[in-house]
Every structure is written in structure tokens, then in C-alpha cells.
Design a protein around this ligand. Structure first.
Ligand code: V47
Ligand code: SF4
Length: 385
């Protein structure tokens, strides 16, 4: 069932704050909200009000469709030359205890293991190894495509790309051209964190700057390499920083239309240099999804990444603007279990994902990375023989 105009009319009528009422009326009319209005929503909007508005937009853009894909991750290494304070995953070279580094053959074996299993995407992301080499990774992409020609390769955050392009002395355009030629299809959204320069200085001073992150994505979009965008929230940033972050993304999306989805990532505080910072509540998570949905009017999709937020909150988020919960994962990523997520061995079967979506009255749709429909599961009954 989709939300009708009458529901948003009720929300508008019940709202006593004149400014929030005005924002709700703008949303009903499909108008963009301003930075100040975005901050006001965070500061004054109650959860049910924000959820109602976000759900209105979600249903206008995507109906009750809830997307997922069948994917696996390759994390080549957790060695990293950078020192992000929130990271529970990287091991500096001096700390070799829990460090790993996969050989090319090991990575190709992972790919071989998925041949014939109907996965549509491989997501490759890891630490920034000092030996990180553009030509080595270009070769790896080519070999992956030889093993699995149909697979979509979503690989390397802007942080990894900035480092490998700089080391190989190529500009962004040259770098992307080489990687695309060897099989790169899109890039993931990691490394964005919070764009505000003051906050960035405190949490991830030494890696690519906000300007570089945005310029790399822009260069990719211009060369036909789409991407995702993330935001790490719930640490030392405030609401104005979150809206500023979203606004920079919204502006770039106006220019290029190259982003597929926006993924808010909740800061998890286990075993990192920011473990003293408490994690925010589930209410805050839902508010954040809702405001993201409302503010990012030129992003078609908002993703709740279940291995990080947990399957229960991911399910709840589907009524707060989210229309995508990522994929089956198959226990192939360690980033979030190491940071303290409730999902210690993240893997959901297609059946489990479909059930999770159906339980809250939404329509489960398997998609590929670019949101082409692979299969509509609304009528599929897994219990039938
Ligand atoms: O940039 C690291 C985050 C990101 C922590 O594009 C943390 O489809 C919370 O970007 N608490 C990398 N977050 C992962 C990423 C991603 C994940 C899933 C899908 C996609 C996509 C992209 O992980 C980093 C950082 O923001 N991260 N440590 C932590 N303690
Ligand atoms: Fe390295 Fe990424 Fe961890 Fe930062 S978040 S230390 S770039 S692995």
C-alpha cells in the first residue's frame, strides 16, 4: 500500500510548529528544502513526523519496492598507511598481529568460488597498502572479468584511488580510464566520512581531503563510472555538519547525476581510537535516515547497510525513507564486525532477505548494482516445494 496525499495532509495539519509545517508543505509539492530547513528538521522534527515525510518521498520515488542484491566482498588487505581514528579495521605496518594481505591467487579463488551462484556484484575495498599499485589492481580486475565476465566490479574508495593514482603519477582521468578499460564498473561510497574540514582534521586527518573525494567521484562520473556516497555519522559531528555533507553531495549530483545511492554509516565504537565516544541511539539512526531521504531529493535510493546497522534496525528503516538494504554479503566483510556491529558473521540468504522485507509489508526486489531489476520476489513462496 502506498502513502496517499491525505496522509501528508494529516501530518501538515497536526504540526504546530510553523516552520516545520512549511517544510512539510514544500515536501508535499515536491520542492527542495534548504540547508537551514535540513538542520531544523534534525533539531526540531519528531521521529513520527520525519518518518511520515520520508516515507511519502520514498513511496513517490520507489513505491514499496525494497531493493537488495546478491554480492560478495573482497578485502585485499587491512594494512593501511592512514590512521583514521574511528577505524577498527586497519593495522599499521608496525602492528602485524592481526594483519592480512591476500595474494592475487587467493582473491581470484574467491571469485572462482562464486561462479554459477547467481551473484551480480563483487565489492572490493580494503586498507591502503603502501604497495598499492594501479597496474597491479588493473591486472586483477581484468583477471576477475576473465573468470566471471558478467559480474559488476564495484571497487576502490576515493581514498584508495587518490593514493594509487598519486603513486602512479597519473591524473584522475588517466587513472579511471585505465581501470575502466580493465573492468572497473563503479566505485563504492567509502572514505567520505564527514566533509567538514574541521571535523575531518580530528577524525581522519591524513587521508584524501573532502575536495579530493568529491573531485574523484566527479571525474569518475564524467567518464561513465557511477558511484555511491556515504556519510559517517554519530560521533563528534553536529547536525549542521551532516547537512553540509549532504549538501555537497546534492550539489555534485545536480551536476553529474552519477550517484546511485546514499548510504549513511553509523559510527561503531569498538576497538578504535574513538571508543570513548558513545554510539547514538536507534531513534537517532532512524531520524538520520529520514532526514537523509528528505534532504537528498536528487538521490533515487537511500541504503541501510545491514551488516553495520544490524538487520533489525535495517528492517525498521524501511518505514523511514530507506528503500535498499544492500546484499547477501555471505560473511565476506570484516569492517563492521571488527567495529562492534551486532552482525558478527554477516550473511543472509536470499530467502532471509526476502522475508525480512515482506515482514514489514514491502516488496522485495533483487537488483543489480545499477538498480536494474533482476527479480521481483513479491509472489515467490519459498515454502512451496
Ligand atoms: O569509509 C570504518 C566506515 C567505510 C567504521 O558503496 C566505519 O555500497 C562505522 O564505504 N564505524 C567503508 N563505520 C565501507 C563503505 C561501504 C560499505 C558498504 C557499502 C558501500 C557501498 C560502501 O566504513 C569507511 C568508513 O566510513 N567505517 N570504520 C566504524 N568504526
Ligand atoms: Fe585506512 Fe580506511 Fe581504516 Fe582509514 S578507514 S584507516 S583509510 S582502512
Amino acid at each position: 500500500m502506498t502513502m496517499e496525499n491525505s496522509h501528508i495532509d494529516l501530518l501538515i495539519a497536526a504540526q504546530t510548529d510553523a516552520n516545520l509545517k512549511k517544510i512539510a508543505a514544500k515536501i508535499k509539492d515536491g520542492e527542495r528544502i534548504t540547508v537551514e530547513e535540513g538542520i531544523l528538521l534534525f533539531e526540531k522534527g519528531e521521529l513520527n513526523f520525519l518518518g511520515g515525510l520520508a516515507n511519502f518521498i520514498r513511496e513517490k520515488k520507489n513505491g514499496t519496492n525494497t531493493y537488495f542484491n546478491r554480492n560478495f566482498h573482497i578485502e585485499p588487505t587491512n594494512h593501511c598507511v592512514f590512521d583514521c581514528k574511528f577505524c577498527s579495521y586497519s593495522r599499521l605496518l608496525k602492528d602485524k598481529l592481526d594483519a592480512w594481505e591476500l595474494s592475487e591467487e587467493q582473491m581470484l579463488d574467491i571469485v572462482r568460488g562464486y561462479v554459477g551462484k547467481n551473484v551480480t556484484e563483487v565489492h572490493i575495498v580494503g586498507g591502503v597498502h603502501p604497495k598499492m599499485n594501479l597496474h597491479y589492481f588493473a591486472g586483477l580486475l581484468k583477471k576477475i572479468k576473465e573468470i566471471s565476465p558478467g559480474i559488476h566490479i564495484k571497487a576502490f574508495t576515493a581514498v584508495e584511488l587518490e593514493y594509487m593514482f598519486r603513486k602512479s603519477k597519473v591524473n584522475y582521468e588517466e587513472g579511471f580510464t585505465i581501470l575502466k578499460h580493465h573492468g572497473l564498473d563503479s566505485i563504492p561510497g567509502g572514505g567520505a566520512e564527514i566533509f567538514d574540514e574541521e571535523i575531518r582534521k580530528q577524525i581522519c586527518e591524513d587521508k584524501c581531503t573532502s575536495t579530493e573525494w568529491l573531485a574523484i567521484h566527479e571525474a569518475g562520473h564524467k567518464l561513465g563510472v557511477p558511484s555511491n556516497a556515504t556519510m559517517l555519522y554519530g560521533h563528534i559531528e553536529n547536525y549542521a555538519h551532516r547537512i553540509d555533507h549532504m549538501n555537497r553531495l546534492r550539489n555534485l549530483q545536480d551536476k553529474t547525476k552519477g550517484f546511485n545511492t546514499f548510504i549513511p554509516l553509523k559510527f561503531r565504537n569498538k576497538d578504535n581510537q574513538m571508543s570513548n565516544v558513545p554510539e547514538v541511539s536507534i531513534i537517532e539512526d532512524l531520524k538520520n535516515y529520514a532526514v537523509s531521504r528528505i534532504f537528498m531529493d536528487n538521490f533515487v535510493h537511500i541504503k541501510a547497510y545491514w551488516p553495520m546497522i544490524g538487520r533489525n534496525t535495517a528492517q525498521l528503516s524501511l518505514n523511514f525513507g530507506v528503500d535498499d538494504i544492500d546484499g547477501t554479503i555471505d560473511d565476506t566483510t570484516k569492517i563492521y564486525s571488527m567495529a562492534g556491529s551486532e552482525e558478527q558473521n554477516p550473511a543472509l540468504s536470499t530467502e532471509q532477505l526476502v522475508q525480512l522485507i515482506k515482514q514489514v509489508g514491502k516488496r522485495p526486489v533483487e537488483r543489480d548494482t545499477l538498480y536494474n531489476v533482476v527479480k521481483d520476489y513479491s509472489e515467490v513462496d519459498f515454502t512451496a516445494a
